[in-house]
Design a protein around this ligand. Structure first.
Ligand SMILES: Cc1cc2nc3c(=O)[nH]c(=O)nc-3n(C[C@H](O)[C@H](O)[C@H](O)COP(=O)(O)OP(=O)(O)OC[C@H]3O[C@@H](n4cnc5c(N)ncnc54)[C@H](O)[C@@H]3O)c2cc1C
Length: 443
């Protein structure tokens, strides 16, 4: 019997398992799918290293970088080129991500009037200092309306279109109509002045290495976590349909909020309601392997709504890290808007590929003329609805009195691999501080 069972082998669960193992505990991770890593996923095909889930690591991800260093992967995080572009009326405007202010001043993307109006964003820059992992509950006071409602009241139509809504589409594959204004503040904090990094050998190399430090059971679909006075029992079903009941002193549940609310038996209604208010949406990703490397310098082209209804951005993976495509070849990744993804999630891969290739060709003619193959993946992605940040402080406060069952995962902050990692580490630290494990202490 292990000391702790971690449910969910994504970045949050693996970070928790790692911290607990370092704290001297024996840990068993139960993961429903056939591999660990959650939404950090890499596939290799014909010499291409294809990140088909999460793709960006800004240099501001300090916790993730520290954890990578701890497991000997500091040198595997390689800097990529960071040219952030936006398409407007068929023209691609490049901004140097490392010198954003200078680039914005000189860009043809915005009219002089819109550039002058950027000064109106100065108070948002100040407020964005609250939108860090630890201070996010304080940023919750600005979580009263959607990003687009806020932008309509404060910014011109031009900035709404080419700045706020486009950023939300490009980073989150969702519209500013459903995202909170606080999501935008958090994006400013994470991306302003950042460089872009990538794991050599693909995003999945990080969770793969992390998983080596403890026992991981895949195809373990957990359906119940029950807390008793002396420990927890975790009920799960394996790939052959056999039922298991494991016992441990404690458990960390690191699954999407909707799932956590379903499987953790003892949870008050308020917490259950909070976890299910974090919307578990759909995002379809298409990777496009190109037989010839495009001449463009850009790393990421954001696609505003006026340029395409559901194409949100085009990532040039071969600029993110040197190993993503064979020499002279190119690799693109596109994420499709959540609402479109939901409507088309049951479409055949071939139909989605054909639609995506036509969409990219429409936005950047000729870019996908030399396509070697495409790959389509479907993801569930959590999105905070307006009001979640406002209640985040109360939710986190409620976690402080948890003992044997600790919660982690994307529903406890803005959704990204840095904050997911932090939720896992914090859950592990809370557990180690409970006194359940005597002398073994937090890291
Ligand atoms: C297409 C896409 C692109 C993204 N791009 C980026 C990016 O560029 N940068 C960034 O920082 N973030 C990005 N993200 C977000 C990032 O991937 C997530 O924030 C992060 O993976 C969340 O980690 P997690 O461990 O909380 O959840 P997950 O990664 O979802 O892991 C949860 C794990 O729990 C398992 N599980 C669920 N239910 C059960 C159960 N009942 N029993 C056992 N196991 C279960 C799941 O199979 C999964 O492996 C992206 C997400 C998507 C979908």
């Amino acid at each position: 019997m292990s000391d702790v069972i971690v449910v969910g082998g994504g970045p949050s669960g693996l970070a928790a398992a790692h911290r607990l193992t370092r704290g001297g505990l024996s840990v068993r991770v139960l993961e429903a799918s056939g591999r660990t890593g959650g939404k950090m996923s890499t596939t290799r095909q014909s010499g291409f290293v294809i990140d088909d889930g999460a793709f960006f690591i800004p240099s501001t991800y300090r916790t993730l970088r520290a954890l990578a260093a701890e497991i000997g992967m500091a040198d595997d995080l390689v800097p990529g080129r960071f040219v952030l572009s936006t398409v407007r009326d068929g023209v691609v405007h490049d901004l140097d991500g490392e010198h954003m202010v200078r680039s914005i001043v000189g860009t043809g993307l915005l009219s002089s009037r819109a550039k002058a109006e950027l000064a109106k964003l100065a108070p948002e820059l100040v407020r964005s200092r609250l939108a860090t992992y630890d201070r996010m509950p304080k940023a919750g006071r600005y979580d009263t309306q959607s990003l687009n409602d806020w932008a309509r009241a404060h910014l011109s139509a031009e900035l709404q279109e080419y700045l706020t809504d486009t950023t939300m589409r490009g980073i989150f594959a969702t519209s500013g109509d459903s995202a909170s204004r606080v999501d935008f503040l958090a994006i400013i904090t994470l991306f302003a002045g950042a460089n872009l990094l990538g794991f050599r050998n693909g995003m999945a190399s990080f969770p793969e290495r992390l998983s080596q430090g403890f026992e991981c059971v895949v195809h373990a679909d957990v359906h119940e976590v029950e807390e008793g006075p002396d420990g927890v029992t975790v009920s799960w079903t394996d790939a052959d349909g056999r039922d298991h009941i494991d016992s441990a002193a404690a458990c960390v549940v690191a699954t999407p909020g909707e799932m956590t609310a379903k499987i953790v038996i003892a949870m008050n209604d308020w917490r259950r309601d909070y976890l299910t208010r974090v919307r578990n949406g759909h995002v379809i990703v298409a990777n496009i392997a190109l037989g010839a490397r495009p001449a463009r310098e850009t790393t990421y082209i954001q696609v505003p709504r006026s340029s395409h209804p559901f194409l949100t951005g085009i990532l040039f993976d071969h600029h993110k890290a040197p190993d993503r495509a064979p020499a002279d070849k190119g690799l693109l990744t596109v994420a499709l808007l959540d609402s479109w993804s939901e409507d088309h999630r049951d479409d055949h891969d071939d139909d989605i590929s054909a639609t995506v290739l036509a969409a990219v060709d429409d936005v950047i003619p000729g870019l996908v003329a030399q396509t070697e193959f495409t790959r389509v993946t479907r993801w569930r992605q959590e999105f905070n609805t307006v009001g979640c940040y406002r209640d985040l402080g109360r939710f986190r406060e409620s976690c402080q009195s948890d003992t044997r069952v600790q919660l982690a995962g994307d529903s406890q902050c803005m959704q990204n691999i840095e904050y997911a990692t932090m939720t896992g580490l914090r859950a592990a630290d809370r557990l180690l501080a409970t006194g359940l494990f005597g002398g073994r202490r937090s890291g």
